[in-house]
Design a binder for this molecule. Structure first.
Ligand code: MRU
Length: 349
């Protein structure tokens, strides 16, 4: 049975608390937009697609429990709450895009001749549909990415991935991890290496957990070992996710992605960004305009509540970096694989 990080049953939202994984498996109930915002901000749920889905489902459960006097009041509440949800984390664009789309849906429903209850129901169903669409999207990313990697390979492939892009970061299956799952299902995965992903350790805690859970042939490395790995073992491709891809293909993803792209380029290894089109921000010309979240020093100085850094040291903790388009072989989306220079073509597909 696949991991279910987001549970939605009878309009009740429970999420797997990613702060305590893999030691403790604990679900927490999200009953309001405020609780959704907190869970995203504290990173109890993380990963660009999962942030948007949990944000919208927190709105759905909130609306379900609230009585409104009129459709106009419902619409205004939807707008306010979505605007608030977008502020939980700044780099991933998926929540922003979902908020823009849902505000438009709500504005349209406001004008249509339907009851208040029907309007509320339609908004809730729109949020629910995200769960279904995301898994479908990820399976297509998996298929396109696996085929692209296999085009240049002789036999089984060795893959390196960074951060967590799997079932815990999406509604299921995953983006870059979806590509790895597809390769495994095709019996074409020789081995996958996952980085620890300091400082939050999404790789060691979450990706490693998913790889063990699914019995994939996998090995964990520290972030500092990536160069040695590429030099000493044959790696066919690096596959990573994205939090925001700008129009020219520059990509913001978990801190450490950029250095992997530089290493991949040096070693002649293909470097793929695997992301749904909801992670592409066509309003931004280049990666220079992507806002980069900085997280508290505590995430660097402590692990599991234990201080590991010298007390008093200053810290710099950017959560993401931007990989320039010239280091990217292809951007794998649910619509196909695009070289960065041709990314705009996915808009018309
Ligand atoms: O800080 P996080 O854990 O939310 O960052 C996650 C990443 O950078 C992922 O690679 C990205 O969101 C893609 S998840 C499918």
């Amino acid at each position: 049975m696949g991991l279910e990080a987001i549970q939605w049953r009878q309009r009740r939202l429970d999420i797997l608390d990613q702060l305590v994984l893999p030691i403790t498996t604990k679900y927490i109930t999200i009953s309001s937009v405020k609780e959704g915002w907190d869970a995203i901000n504290k990173m109890q749920v993380r990963g660009a697609p999962a942030i948007a889905i949990v944000g919208c489902l927190s709105l759905a459960t909130d609306l379900n429990a609230t009585s409104f006097q009129s459709k106009a009041q419902l619409h205004s509440s939807v707008e306010d709450k979505l605007t608030y949800l977008v502020t939980a984390r700044p780099t991933a664009v998926n929540m922003q895009k979902a908020a823009d789309e849902l505000k438009n849906v709500s504005a349209k429903l406001l004008k249509e001749g339907m009851t208040l209850e029907d309007m509320k129901d339609r908004i809730i169903k729109w949020c629910e549909q995200m769960l279904i669409d995301d898994v479908e999207t990820n399976k297509n990313i998996g298929k396109f990415g696996a085929n692209a990697i296999l085009t240049n390979a002789n036999g089984k492939v060795n893959i390196l991935t960074h951060c967590n892009t799997g079932s815990l970061a999406t509604a299921g299956y995953g983006t870059a991890l979806g590509v790895i799952r597809s390769l495994h299902a095709m019996n074409k995965l020789e081995h996958v290496y996952c980085t620890e992903t300091r400082p939050y350790n999404q790789g060691a805690r979450l990706t490693a957990y998913e790889l063990v859970h699914d019995s994939l042939p996998a090995t964990l490395i520290c972030d500092s070992m990536a160069g040695a790995l590429m030099k000493s073992r044959s790696i066919d491709a690096v596959v990573v996710g994205a939090d925001r891809v700008s129009r020219n293909g520059d990509t913001a993803n978990k801190i450490g992605t950029y250095q992997l792209a530089v290493l991949a380029s040096h070693h002649g290894v293909s470097f793929y960004i695997c992301a749904p089109t909801t992670s592409i921000d066509f309003n931004l010309e280049s990666g220079e305009d992507i806002p980069i979240e900085e997280r508290p020093p505590l995430e660097m100085t402590c692990i599991g509540g234990t201080q590991i850094a010298a007390p008093g040291i200053r810290c710099w903790n950017p959560a993401f970096d931007v990989t320039p388009n010239n280091l990217i072989t292809g951007i794998v989306t649910e619509k196909g694989v695009f070289p960065p220079a041709e990314l705009v073509k996915c808009q018309s597909k």
